[in-house]
Every structure is written in structure tokens, then in C-alpha cells.
Design a protein around this ligand. Structure first.
Ligand code: ADP
Ligand code: MG
Length: 325
């Protein structure tokens, strides 16, 4: 199949949600470099609006702590400090950094929060996108090493020269976990939050179903998962890419080779926590269908569906839940 067709097909592997009752309130805003849609179920309209506001406040707060587009964020201050210097970034950034290091360890470095120098080298942060020369690539790759990151309770440090972290593969998930908790505190009885391909569903009331669109037949759903609570994230190279001489390079990089992942797979991961769904979806794209599936099988409570040039594969738990075995 021609690559361009794959680009089109992969766009279709996204999640859609269906609820039995319409939400009390629904709102869309641009935040964290993407569109956020918040649906709230609540006893009355004003509770629903306050709950939605609390979710958007969290998205903005997480962005101002963790964005690497914003030079004043806590993560940007950490990145700007000289190697080996402790920087006070606060407990929340420390918690997400710790989770990102755990994701790195569990994925054998396929997920690596220290990819930022590579992200910049390829032109994903502005400038002229270009395929880097081998010397520049190997120079930058030396700084991509999650083992050189140390995290305390309030502060963190990066131990290699010019090392820099990028929480772009995990921060949206974290923001969703916090936003859902804030909505519950604000009195919401249910909610569906969508943050750029990352989804959280909570609440008993409305009876949500999350459908994954079949990449081979856009009119039908590959699977429909009833969800009262939990999270789904989809990652793939089609979401954001740079073009160099007519060739598209996606924004997920393989920290071991320094090159954008070229496998053409798209990964949808279901997990109790959005932080993990987010990190694992990114990691599975790097690991490929075979190893990605093995990883998901090994993580308790985690399921996934991986679509790629070799077809669609899913975890055994999901197959069983859908009656496919
Ligand atoms: P999106 O941001 O579109 O939701 P992902 O969750 O898959 O997509 O995250 C991709 C982002 O994560 C990239 O834009 C980059 O900032 C960062 N990233 C790229 N490659 C890796 C990697 N191997 N490990 C961790 N983060 C990565
Ligand atoms: Mg991710």
C-alpha cells in the first residue's frame, strides 16, 4: 500500500464516545497545543459549568508547569540550568518526571523523556526541518539518556551537558487524571474529557461507550468498549509531522536510533490512568506491534489495539472482553 494511503487510514483510527444521555454541559477550548473537549454530567447547569471550568484550569496549570514551548515553565527552567544543578520544580512536576522515568525503564528506553534535543534537531520546534547529518545526530543522541535524570520531592536535575526533558508524551495524560479528579470534587457525576487524542471517562450515570474506528472500514467501529471509568489514548505518526523534501517525518522519535519512527503503526491504549495510557501509546509506536503488544500484555489492567501495515492486533484481554476468542 502506498504511504499516502496509510496516512489517510491512520487518521481514522481514533476514539469516539457515545453516551446514553446528552451531557449537562459541553465546552471546547484550545489548550496545551491542541483542542480540549469537556463533557460534564451534573445535577444542574451551574455545577456542570463550574466543573468544566475546573478541568480547563487544570489544563492551563499543567501547561504552564510542563510546556517546553513556554520558556518560563518549571520544565523549561530545569532544561536551562547547567548540568548537575538541582532545580526546584515542585512536587507535581517531580511526580510526572518520576512516572516518565518509570515508563522509560518499563519500555527499555523506547519512551524517553530526554528526547527534547532530538525533537529540536529534527525541526519540530521551529526552524527549518531537515534530516540531520550523522555527526550532529550522534552528538545529540549522547544527551538522550533518561538514566542521567535525578528526581527528588520538589527538585530535579539533569546530569548531562545540554540535556533537556520533554513531557509531551505523558503530560496530557497527567492533566486528564487531575482534571477528572477536579471535576468530581466540583460535583460532577460523570464526564468525558478529550485532550488531543487522549480520553478520560468517569461516572456511573451516563453509561459511556468508547468506540475505536476501524481503519479498514471507516463506517464501522473496530471495537466498542463500555467504560464507566478509565482512559484511552491513541498515538501515531500522522498527528504531527515535518516535511523534508516531500517526505513526512512524524513527531515520535526512536531514542535509540535518533530517527522518527517509520513503522506506520497507530496504537490505542486503554488504562485505568490517563498518564499511563498516554505514555504507553507513545511507547508502543516506538516499540512496534510485536514488542508493544507484549508490553501491554504484561501491564495489569492495560489493554490495547495496534493498527499497522500488517493488520490490526489487540491484547488478549480485549479480545476476550469483545468475545473474539
Ligand atoms: P501527542 O502529543 O500528539 O498526543 P504523543 O502522546 O504520542 O502525541 O507524544 C508525542 C510527543 O512526545 C512528541 O511531540 C515529543 O514531544 C515527545 N516524544 C517524541 N518521541 C518520544 C519518545 N520516544 N519518548 C517520549 N516522548 C517522546
Ligand atoms: Mg503519549
Amino acid at each position: 500500500m502506498k504511504p499516502v494511503l496509510w496516512l489517510i487510514f491512520l487518521v481514522l483510527l481514533a476514539e469516539i464516545t457515545v453516551a446514553a444521555e446528552p451531557p449537562s454541559h459541553q465546552e471546547v477550548r484550545q489548550v496545551m497545543g491542541t483542542l480540549a473537549t469537556v463533557q460534564v454530567w451534573a445535577a444542574d447547569d451551574s455545577t456542570a459549568r463550574v466543573a468544566a471550568d475546573s478541568a480547563f484550569s487544570i489544563f492551563t496549570a499543567v501547561d504552564s508547569l510542563m510546556s517546553t514551548w513556554n520558556g518560563h515553565s518549571a520544565v523549561s527552567r530545569l532544561n536551562a540550568a547547567p548540568a548537575g544543578t538541582w532545580v526546584t520544580v515542585g512536587p507535581e512536576v517531580c511526580a510526572v518526571l518520576r512516572a516518565s522515568l518509570e515508563a522509560a525503564r518499563r519500555t527499555g528506553g523506547a519512551f524517553d523523556p530526554t528526547v527534547l534535543p532530538l525533537v529540536k534537531l529534527w525541526g519540530f520546534r521551529g526552524g527549518q526541518p531537515a534530516v540531520p547529518d550523522t555527526a550532529a545526530l550522534s552528538r545529540v543522541l549522547k544527551r538522550v539518556n533518561f538514566e542521567a535524570v535525578e528526581v527528588g520531592r520538589e527538585r530535579a536535575r539533569l546530569n548531562l551537558d545540554d540535556q533537556a526533558v520533554d513531557l509531551g508524551g505523558i503530560a496530557k495524560g497527567h492533566a486528564l487524571d487531575r482534571a477528572a479528579a477536579a471535576m468530581i470534587r466540583a460535583g460532577a457525576s460523570g464526564g468525558v474529557l478529550d485532550l488531543g487524542g487522549n480520553l478520560v471517562v468517569f461516572g456511573e450515570g451516563p453509561g459511556h461507550e468508547v468506540g475505536v474506528v476501524d481503519p479498514d472500514d471507516p463506517q464501522s467501529l473496530l471495537l466498542v468498549v463500555p467504560m464507566t471509568s478509565g482512559s484511552v489514548a491513541t498515538s501515531g505518526q500522522y498527528e504531527r509531522f515535518v516535511s523534508v523534501e516531500g517526505q513526512a517525518y512524524g513527531h515520535i522519535l526512536d531514542p535509540r536510533t535518533g530517527w522518527p519512527v517509520a513503522s506506520g503503526i497507530s496504537a490505542t491504549v486503554l488504562a485505568p490512568e490517563a498518564l499511563w495510557a498516554d505514555a504507553l501509546a507513545t511507547a508502543v509506536v516506538v516499540m512496534g506491534a510485536e514488542n508493544g503488544l507484549k508490553l501491554l500484555e504484561a501491564m495489569p489492567g492495560t489493554e490495547g489495539v495496534i493498527a499497522g501495515p500488517d493488520g490490526v492486533r489487540m491484547t488478549s484481554g480485549l479480545r476476550a472482553a469483545l468475545g473474539l476468542d
